[in-house]
Design a protein around this ligand. Sequence first.
Ligand SMILES: C[S@@+](CC[C@H](N)C(=O)[O-])C[C@H]1O[C@@H](n2cnc3c(N)ncnc32)[C@H](O)[C@@H]1O
Length: 281
Amino acid sequence: MKILDIHNNTVRPKLYEKGNAIMWTDTHISKQLLDVHLNAELDLGSRKAETINSTVKWILESCENKQLNILDLGCGPGLYSERLAKEGHKVTGVDFSENSINYAKDQAREKKLDITYLKEDYLNLDLEENSFDLVILIFTDFGPLLPKEREQLLINVKRFLKPNGTFIFDVLNDKNIENKISPKNWETADQGFWKDEPYLALSESFIYESNKVILYQHIVVDTQENISVYRFWTHFFSQIDLRKILREHNFIGLSFHEDILPAGDLWNGDNVTFCRAINRK
Ligand SMILES: C[S@@+](CC[C@H](N)C(=O)[O-])C[C@H]1O[C@@H](n2cnc3c(N)ncnc32)[C@H](O)[C@@H]1O
């Protein structure tokens, strides 16, 4: 057993030190994730079906329900894209998970919805400039981006949006951040979320208070003693933080909404801030 390697990975890492594995595109994990996304009763991977319905309603109302060309970044299995397309909007969904995008495509075909799905990394995306009325990024996916990635995302969003187009995204806010640290946990399984073979998973989190970042880390050891380190550097934001970031990218008309999700746990209700920003060009 590579105890020393495991131990080294449990030492508090330097801020933003990357792990050696990516969860979203792993063949086995992305299958587990799809099941989680599609469970309409769970707020994991995607939110509950009822919450998605009310969020889509709010998004469209806040865009005055005009006929829109919409870009859904990190669309997963297309739960928002489909609802938006059913309301008569033109939708492009982007996700780098092959499993989710294939599922989304099959669903669109079955339901005869004209949605364009692209299997792409939204940080390296090449789409027509000035072409979208609305870009969305939903399920607090702005938070795990490292600062450089966040910059790239905002550059891309601005490039794809029409002048005066709208960007809507949600973040975990910094209310009671210290309560959002997950306790240490270990798990062994014959097969499960992380692997389709026996594994040991060691999970813990580290807070970097002055950066308002919590690292959620999972070390997974398989039967060959390969060690996969999954790191989610999760940023928590105040409205002031968001204003600063968005203004640096010349977004205007900023508004923040903390009453979009039903109250529940630390990842719901007023712990999540929805941001609406207009592209000034
Ligand atoms: C938490 S899920 C949310 C899915 C969807 N927005 C929803 O709420 O149902 C995040 C999604 O973003 C995708 N994703 C993460 N980083 C990405 C990237 N750089 N480029 C494209 N997709 C990405 C993942 O594959 C995953 O499907």
